[in-house]
Design a binder for this molecule. Structure first.
Ligand SMILES: [Zn+2]
Ligand SMILES: [Zn+2]
Length: 350
């Protein structure tokens, strides 16, 4: 397996040993601030602070918890700033570990919040109490069509709704489109639209400093979840693979992801992630060919996961199902598989 070179040995070691990395100065005027996440294996999100003549801009924000707010404030202090000095919050995507604190930071600092329109559009349905029932109903339909057993349906359809409480419903002040130059003084930061993990995921490239802020799009070891769900694009895996190709062409020295640790080889890592999905597509196609009409759920149970299927908790099983569905949809679009729609849908070789 190809390994990427960590840009910070200390940060990689902290990740590997289950610890918590230090606040680090990445370059003059650029800081990495780990912000803790509540009770999920990722443990922390790496917030990047970019010094400006009159304050600081941050890439991503962390979950909306007291602990996270405190850690971000303490990290900014090491860099020489207060929360009130934040001028801009550039959010890579709307997941709560990235977007959760943005509204609270704006409240204390007056910072503007930037987000891609495709993620901004999802905010209300995702986090508004009135709209969320509709979202759960849509998820339920998707799971029925996937062939999820009746007895686990309710549990799976409602999974992850707790997460909403960690996010404040803050509307962005500025919509950031593909290719936009952010206009932060002292920084030539440009947005790259990288849909797949979320419909409006953004990366930011700094050509002069040869850096890529990759969010969850490209990480050193894990591959982000790319799944079909009620708020996803119809074929998110196709979007994701295209968006991997879109960042691969940038000639940068270092990748600054939102989790794990910073690393050096962007192109190699992208190739590895693409190869991973190719293998997964082949495995799923083989599973469907071996059966005479199979549901998405049954396909998912036959794949290799990081641990035995029986030990995967329900929230993760739903993600596994929806991830499998993303690969099935991709194969369907390429005429390698076909689906007979129903309750559930059944999958066959094309
Ligand atoms: Zn994410
Ligand atoms: Zn994340």
């Amino acid at each position: 397996m190809t390994m990427v070179t960590p840009a910070s040995e200390a940060q990689r070691e902290a990740w590997r040993s289950g610890g918590f990395p230090e606040v680090e100065r990445v370059r003059p005027g650029l800081w990495s601030i780990p912000v803790p996440l509540p009770a999920i294996p990722l443990r922390y999100v790496l917030v990047y602070a970019l010094e400006l003549p009159d304050g600081v801009a941050i890439v991503d924000a962390g979950w909306n918890t007291e602990e996270a707010y405190g850690a971000l404030a303490a990290g900014l202090k090491i860099a020489g700033y207060e929360m009130t000095d934040v001028k801009a919050v550039l959010v890579t995507h709307i997941h709560p570990d990235h977007y959760g604190l943005a509204g609270r930071i704006r409240e204390v600092s007056g910072a503007w919040i930037g987000l891609h329109p495709a993620d901004s559009r999802l905010l209300r349905d995702r986090y508004d109490d009135d709209a969320v029932d509709a979202l759960v109903a849509q998820e339920r339909t998707l799971l029925v069509r996937s062939g999820v057993p009746r007895e686990t349906l309710d549990e799976l359809a409602g999974a992850s709704m707790m997460i909403r409480h960690y996010v404040t419903m803050a509307k962005p002040d500025r919509l950031i489109e593909d290719g936009d130059r952010l206009g932060l003084p002292g920084w030539d930061l440009r947005a790259i639209w990288t849909p797949g993990h979320s419909p409006g995921h953004l990366c930011f490239v700094e050509p002069e400093r040869r850096l890529l802020f990759s969010g969850d799009h490209v990480l050193a070891k894990i591959t982000p979840i790319v799944a079909v769900h009620p708020q996803s694009a119809p074929n998110p895996l196709a979007d994701y693979l295209d968006a991997l190709a879109a960042v691969r062409k940038f000639d940068v020295d270092e990748v600054l992801p939102a989790h794990e640790y910073r690393f050096l080889e962007l192109a190699e890592r992208v190739d590895h992630v693409m190869a991973h999905h190719e293998e997964r597509l082949a495995e799923i196609e083989t599973a469907v060919r071996a059966a005479d009409g199979i549901t998405c759920w049954d396909t998912a149970t036959r794949l290799t996961w990081s641990r035995p299927w029986e030990t995967i908790p329900s929230f993760m099983r739903r993600a596994a199902n929806n991830e499998t569905l993303a690969h099935l949809v991709w194969l369907e679009a390429r005429d390698r598989l076909r689906r007979i729609p129903g309750e559930p849908d059944l999958w066959y070789p094309a």
